[in-house]
Design a binder for this molecule. Sequence first.
Ligand code: BGC
Length: 744
Amino acid sequence: MNTGIKMFLAILVFAFSHTISAQNSRDAAVENRLKSMTLEEKVGQMSQIDLGVLAVGKTCEVADPIRLDTAKLRLAFHRYKVGSVLNCGCGFHALSRKRWLELIDSIQQANSLYTKHGIPVLYGIDAIHGANYTLGSTLFPQQIGQAATWNPELVKAAARITAYETRASGIPWNFSPVLDIGRQPLWSRFFETYGEDVCLAKKMTNACITGYQGNTFGNGQVAACMKHFLGYSYPLSGKDRTPVWIGERELRAYFLPTFQEAIRLKAKTLMINSGELNGVPVHASYPILTTLLREELGFEGVAVTDWEDVYKLHTTHKVAETLRDAVKMAVMAGIDMSMTPNDFQFNELLLDLVKSGEIPESRLDMSVRRILKLKADLGLEGKVSLPSLTDYPLFGSDSFARVAYDAVGESITLLKNKGDILPLKTESKVWVMGNGANSLNYLNGAWSQTWLGQDTSFNESNKLTILQALKAGYGKDNISEVTAQFVARNTRKSKQLPNVVLYCLGETPATEIPGNIDDLAIAIPAADRIALNQLNARNVPVVLVLLLGRPRIITDLDAISRAVVHAYIPGQEGAKPLVDLLYGRINPSGRLPFTYPRSSGDIVHYDRKRTEDNDIHFGDKGYRPLYDFGYGLSFTRYDYRELKVTSQNDTFVINVIVRNTGSREGKEVVQVYYRDEYAPVTPSQKKLCAFSKVNLKPGQDAVVTLKVPFSEVGDIGADMKPFKASGILHFFAGQQTVTINHKP
Ligand code: BGC
């Protein structure tokens, strides 16, 4: 062994033993602390209240500007010894960084004044696509758009910035990412997922958790909270928090892997699924919260409930006859912290349950130990030192906005470009229409300054709508926002016709239950429809820009559009990169992270089974989405050759050469799929197993090598155990196919 390697190994051993000894001394301190705590203090650590409970005004109707109420602080910390606070008053609205730091400082001071133990308060927030509850922060595309980049490095960078800006606001715990798989497009929170595919979502999970948590804790990192464990995203009806039926095999094959990945990366916390899974509310499920999560997956972090979900076992799910039963059920199932969040009944009831011997104190110790370890890891020990306004100098900086620009630029997916209508020419005359044309809210979606993202009063004044970005970048005179009535009047006189009409179609910002829809098809006003038809009849090309968080059915609009550009929900930095892409300054490289259905009744995922290919003529043309998973065009072309698949040390080594055969530089997402011809459980027709995004100049070749462990190519068997694919395997990349006979 040479000296360099020896030295490297010595450093590794030192770093490892250092981490272990730091952990040991943390654990010893936690044990000591635990021994000295009263029962009331332990119960307090297990409860979390909303900021509104501490504020002047009524719960969920706090006075604006928000102010802390001394009597309420005393009640929460002196009497109930609450250990954690969240958000901003029922999703009230974003605050300035200054205000956050003042509020959290006052909360920590009240806590140390009123409690004997002096354990700092753990503040948590939904920083879903950036620090969206802090004014002036950097907002990124919602998760579905981040997945569409197929670029984990960008997702990691966005997570790092989110962590930095959340910490800059004095908050160390982020209720993100959503690791639920997006396979039910009717679901209102589809936009919060990384889409339908396990391989893509796992890679994005890895990027996000690494970005939030880094390798160690310190400035600019936050505890991630993977949510919502488990099976939340697949309601039968599509409506949020309604029954989900998922067999154990499917649960393990599709819904568990992202959580497994996050747990492998030591994600610090987890939030529980608010709904019911196969008839059992997950907050009451010992098999999910303890047998699976703790015993099988080895999760050591904190499991927090979702909003009011302990009480809902009684009030909504009706599995507990009283609130007291509900508390007992949830605690014995395995929750660590109750996001109560609007009163202290949880504290009262839990205390009573332990005093009466119905819940052993040792059960509380298990949870409090986890919570104290988390607090120690986040630096919440002794006197809390919050940042000052001069710390975190990059907060809301241009360099962060540039990352958001890149993330949007790489997410936008060009679905159609008939006759190369795009890119637009700088001098083109453009008419702009649609509900998303001049709105920041449609760009941002929910979790943006407010919970639902609908209120316009908190929009950042320096951010541009699509219309504003068009005018700023491509000339006021060329761009006009027009109404359907204007179109009706003017399509008669040909000299006034534009070169193109841009129709920006957005989905009303919303999430959770307010985001429920009754129809996957999206309607546009009848007058707009007539206007688009009139323009079509006069040969004015329609460019359809979609600001949608799920694949709403647009087949008829697609048919009358020359180009279709999917921008997802790109965030308030989104207009500029979108406009730059329309004019060719950005070459599109986003790819669909979901299958785009042609009609509401035909929701089939790309990784379908052979039976889903059946058509009504007994043929195999049944799978015919409007756009396939992974699809996306560019302003250049890519050709694939020499796909080769070999095996080495239990790993597939996949090589393929990609060439940019067009005349523009661009980024291609090399996607490798496989099909297991015969398997113990019905195999998918196609499954993604690896991908890589490569930048190519015109005429340039890239030799792409992807390595996939055998264990990643396979499925879950009927015995609920993973198996590796074997026998005839087909691999696909671009236009290339390779078949091998594999014996793992
Ligand atoms: C949502 C969670 C969120 C929590 C706190 C709940 O209603 O389901 O995703 O983290 O509220 O805002």
